[in-house]
Design a protein around this ligand. Structure first.
Ligand code: SF4
Ligand code: SF4
Length: 440
């Protein structure tokens, strides 16, 4: 066994809560009667609808395009009819423009044909990734074709695939690594060809020994000759899966403040994004499905569900047998970085990795109090920031003056809030501080 790597500063060990779903294989959820697709699914400019009410669409058809700026197209996950162009409930932005599609249950599923991607040039591979609407599935939703085209003055020599999946409860990437290891590794080879490099590390936390085993087998089959693909086991420590921490753990390189990974010669992609790249390049299949972990004591049945993008949480609840008494909070994403939602009408997007149904005993409802200056948040912060000062400044109506404490380097991992004995809502303070400091 290789030695277990990790990042040097900060980090926390929240209860993993993965046992409930890590053994549950990917299950395909039947398509509900209608889907709601949010037009802004990625970082950058949102799509503009390219369809009108009552238009008929086929599975995989483009229904939204970015007119200007950074972005990728949006595709219909089903054959059907456009019912409406309106707004949907959104996990972060409250509401967002969307397209509602009524599903045609008579339509035959599209059969995608396999192509030999090795014959394609890097530029053609990149175009396929853009055209298939691929974005960073595991994180913030940055368009993948842009990430795979780093600036010429930042030469890249290493690809890191992120299989850490350090957020509690979530096991969707774990299941992908167990069930589709060959496709993930093939996706890595496609990325290596685009970047014109040969070295890839796949970082996996050591609480997934079965995934490490399966991925090692697939990587050994694919390595040799042109490419070197190595599985790197990692210590279990949150936020091991954040880009900068993962790069430092595996390569020892430290990404400077406000810089991109390419500044230290690295590109990071999530393992499930690599699988989506495989689907897009080898089969020409757009990104319109997602494996989502459904967990928590507040739902009748937990699962790793493959759903169409645009499936409402309400339909997932119905399929899994309904809600349980004592449900206190529904969270889109993990408990550390996810967002609580107040409506079950919120639809799954390309970046939804989990929906958690948490009961009273799974959440902390104690009210917050004054900072007692214990310094635990400083010790927990993997970026070496001063979350306590940011919180104190926000409460003193001086949010705009928090850049001095590195507020823009904060990636909202929640480690500081997790350890705070005063239960201070440090991430909410930080989000507010960023907003006001940006305006300033
Ligand atoms: S949320 Fe921000 S300030 Fe808090 S620990 Fe994470 S990076 Fe540091
Ligand atoms: S952990 Fe909480 S109480 Fe302790 S210094 Fe940080 S903000 Fe204050």
């Amino acid at each position: 066994m290789k030695s277990l790597l990790t990042f040097p500063k900060g980090g926390v060990h929240p209860p993993e809560c993965k046992a409930q779903t890590q053994g549950l294989g990917i299950e395909i959820m039947p398509v509900p009667d209608e889907l709601e697709l949010i037009l802004g699914q990625h970082i950058g400019a949102p799509c503009t609808a390219t369809v009108a009410k009552r238009d008929e669409v086929i599975e995989g058809a483009v229904i939204g395009e970015v007119q200007k700026g950074l972005g990728v197209p949006l595709h219909s996950p089903v054959a059907g009819k456009i019912k409406n162009l309106a707004t949907s409930v959104h996990a972060v932005r409250v509401s967002a423009p969307s397209i509602t599609i009524e599903v045609d249950r008579e339509a035959a599923p599209v059969q995608y044909q396999k192509v030999d991607w090795q014959q394609l040039a890097g530029a053609d591979l990149l175009a396929k990734i853009h055209d298939a609407g691929i974005i960073g599935i595991g994180g913030a939703g940055f368009p993948t074709h842009v990430k795979l085209n780093p600036p010429a003055d930042s030469p890249v020599d290493t690809l890191v695939l992120n299989g850490a999946e350090c957020e509690p409860y979530i096991t969707a990437d774990h299941r992908q690594m167990l069930e589709n290891p060959g496709q993930i590794v093939e996706g890595a080879k496609i990325i290596l060809k685009i970047l014109g490099i040969t070295r890839c590390f796949i970082g996996i936390e050591n609480n997934k020994p079965d995934a490490i085993r399966e991925m090692t087998k697939a990587a050994e089959q694919a390595s040799g000759g042109e490419y070197s693909i190595t599985i790197q086991p990692l210590q279990v420590k949150y936020p091991q899966g954040s880009e900068k921490q993962l790069i430092q753990a595996i390569t020892g390189r430290k990404v400077p403040a406000m810089a991109l990974p390419s500044a230290v010669g690295v590109v990071v992609q999530n393992v499930t994004t690599a699988k989506a790249i495989y689907d897009a390049v080898v089969y020409g299949k757009p990104l319109y499905e997602k494996v989502v972990t459904i967990a928590g004591k507040g739902i009748a049945r937990q699962a790793n569900l493959q759903v169409k993008i645009g499936t409402k949480v309400r339909d997932i609840v119905k399929y899994l047998g309904g809600l349980q008494p004592g449900l206190a909070k529904v969270v889109m994403g993990g408990p550390m970085m996810g967002f609580a939602v107040s409506s079950l009408d919120v639809p799954v997007t390309k970046t939804t990795s989990a929906v958690l149904f948490l009961t009273e005993d799974e959440i902390d409802t104690k009210p917050h109090s004054q900072c007692i200056r214990c310094g635990w948040c400083l010790d927990a912060c993997p970026m070496g920031l001063e979350p306590k000062e940011i919180g104190i400044y926000v409460e003193a109506n001086r949010a705009q003056d928090t850049a001095q404490f590195g507020v823009f380097d904060c990636f909202e991992c929640g480690s500081c809030a997790y350890v705070c004995p005063a239960k201070r809502p440090l991430v909410q303070f930080i989000r507010l501080a960023k907003m006001k400091a940006k305006r300033q």
